[in-house]
Write a protein that binds this ligand. Structure first.
Ligand SMILES: [Zn+2]
Length: 60
């Protein structure tokens, strides 16, 4: 899942967008309109502001 950092609250938001690194790189000049559950509004973010959740967490 694609994540981004909310520009207003500074909190990380998980979007419902599923993508991979290649697609993210291709989209990096695009603007995405994403819903923010912290601000109860949508933000326009650049794909470069978004990042992917790591495939797996380090096992503990
Ligand atoms: Zn927000």
């Amino acid at each position: 899942m694609l994540k981004y950092k909310c520009p207003r609250s500074g909190r990380v938001v998980t979007t419902s967008i599923e993508t991979d690194t290649v697609t993210l790189l291709e989209m990096r000049n695009m603007k995405l309109s994403v819903w923010c559950p912290h601000c109860w509004t949508s933000h326009q973010i650049r794909a470069t502001d978004a990042f992917l959740e790591p495939m797996q967490q380090a096992a503990e």
